[in-house]
Design a protein around this ligand. Structure first.
Ligand code: ASP
Ligand code: MG
Length: 482
């Protein structure tokens, strides 16, 4: 039997399977890892493919049949170019070419059906969007076979059982555990290397669903959890999770260790390298999740564990939010407002949808929220209704930016808030407000929009995030293997 300490789940994102050369590199990483452990691979669609599928599905819904024709041409072009370069054995080639053709035709047929009906159901959209992963998984398994490795494609519809919420399906973990183990463990025991389609699942009635955009990370952690994997590696095109967006801060560096809580908050503040739901399945079982760069397999990336790295200074990263605004409700005490909100379940769920990070802290009689600019009006409306507030008691400040400071327990560390205030003061940056959401792992400063960049730079420097961090505790074994 496969033992937990022997199994690794590895997911490769769209750029890591972006063309033949990337797929070859991916297959080499898998082959290398397989020398030491059992490996289950999860793949995304080739980059850009899911976007295109969704776009074409939507165009088809207007009755445009030419969209399907263009789609077929584009999918053929990218997938056959890759196939031609990857597979030289003629038998494997013709088998894979036939499968590729079949899937491309399926996409076309579904789009034409949509065009005929002039209607795109969520179920149909999921079916069309799933084609990218179904194509790429076959290419990756083919590339493994070309390296004389036992790659086997497994469609996640056979493994991940979900509810019926199309485009944002949630796994039913017990069912998934049963199915995934029954299907994958025998393969692993035979020494095979399963390559699973990310992003996809199926309901108990076998209707295909998707887990939401970027959901392949989630697929990997779901499978890691139900297979009791030793570790999960999410291979991407950046060196792990960085201390800040490198486009804004040139000294940003990889944060070698993060806790689940820190990584979760970073993901919910929009860190590109991690889907917000990714850590949910592993939180209870404590499986480490690595984020690594398939284009620089020697660099250790970031490891996310339950406890993170307590040795490092508390603040692990800073995130800038632009395109947000500040809604202030005056004359309300935080506790009263929370009380009212607690009584209104509808409002809470409304808030979840419209309020991005929630900032609740301000003067005694004013409560502030941050929302995306695009949902501000909706947010104000729902606040007004749910709290029976007069309009004049709600104001919106459109000209703001937010920097969120992320680290275990920062919300409850008074010295962090004090440092934030001091830094801004010494930089001459006006602090509009300072606050936090429900999580204890972040605290946000609200400044004028023009000061966003300067604030980010100052805080990144203040918390010494650009300096070289000490080596992580654990040995990162893959780095040594490669
Ligand atoms: N291919 C899907 C998407 O682009 C899922 C993923 O890449 O994780 O959203
Ligand atoms: Mg992707």
């Amino acid at each position: 039997m496969i033992k937990r300490e022997k199994l690794r789940v590895m997911k490769f994102g769209g750029t890591s399977v972006g063309d033949a050369e990337c797929i070859r590199r991916t297959a080499e990483i898998i082959a290398c890892a397989a020398m030491q452990r059992s490996v289950v691979t999860v793949v995304s669609a080739m980059c850009g493919v899911t976007d295109r599928l969704i776009q074409v599905a939507k165009r088809s819904a207007t009755g445009e049949t030419s969209a399907a024709t263009e789609l077929v041409a584009a999918l053929r072009q990218s997938h056959f170019a890759t196939l031609d370069s990857l597979i030289s054995d003629s038998r494997s080639y013709s088998r894979l070419a036939a499968e590729t053709e079949r899937l491309i035709n399926e996409a076309s047929r579904l789009c034409l059906e949509t065009a005929r009906a002039r209607k795109l159901t969520p179920r149909m959209l999921d079916a069309i969007a799933s084609i990218g992963e179904r194509l790429s998984a076959r290419l990756v398994a083919g590339a493994l076979c070309a390296l004389k490795q036992p790659g086997v494609v497994v469609d996640a519809t056979e493994l991940i059982v979900t509810n019926e919420l199309h485009a944002a399906a949630e796994p039913l973990m017990e069912h998934t555990r049963e199915r995934a183990r029954a299907r994958l463990l025998p393969l692993l025991n035979d020494g095979a290397l399963p390559v699973v389609t990310g992003f996809i699942g199926a309901t108990t009635g076998s209707v295909l669903t998707t887990l939401g955009r970027g959901g392949s990370d989630y697929s990997a952690t779901i499978l890691g959890a139900v297979l009791d994997a030793e570790e999960i590696i999410l291979w991407t095109d950046v060196d792990g999770i960085l201390t800040a967006d490198p486009r804004l801060i040139s000294e940003a560096r990889t944060q070698p260790r993060l806790s689940y809580g820190e990584a979760h908050d970073l993901a919910s503040f929009g860190a590109k390298s991690l889907h917000p739901k990714t850590l949910r399945p592993v939180m209870e079982v404590g499986i480490p999740v690595h984020i690594r760069n398939s284009f620089a397999a020697e660099s250790p990336g970031t490891i996310i564990t339950p406890g993170g790295d307590a040795r490092e200074s508390r603040v692990k990263a800073v995130v800038a939010l632009s395109e947000v605004c500040l809604i202030a409700v005056s004359g309300e005490r935080i506790n009263d407002l929370q009380d009212k909100m607690g009584k209104s379940a509808g409002l809470i769920s409304g808030l979840r949808a419209s309020f991005q990070p929630l900032v609740k802290l301000s003067t005694d009689c004013e409560v502030c929220f941050i929302t995306n600019k695009t949902s501000a009006r909706r947010a104000v409306k729902s606040l007004r209704h749910a709290l029976a507030l007069q309009m004049e008691r709600i104001t919106i400040n459109w000209n703001i930016g937010v920097v969120a400071v992320i680290g275990d327990g920062v919300r409850d560390a008074p010295e962090i808030a004090a440092r934030l205030r001091l830094v801004l003061e010494s930089e001459g940056i006006k602090l509009i407000t300072i606050g936090h959401g429900a999580s204890k792992n972040n605290i946000s400063v609200v400044v004028e929009a023009e000061e966003l960049r300067r604030t980010l730079v100052a805080l990144h420097r203040e918390f010494k995030l650009g300096q070289h961090a000490p080596a992580p505790h654990v040995q990162l074994t893959v780095a040594a293997e490669l």
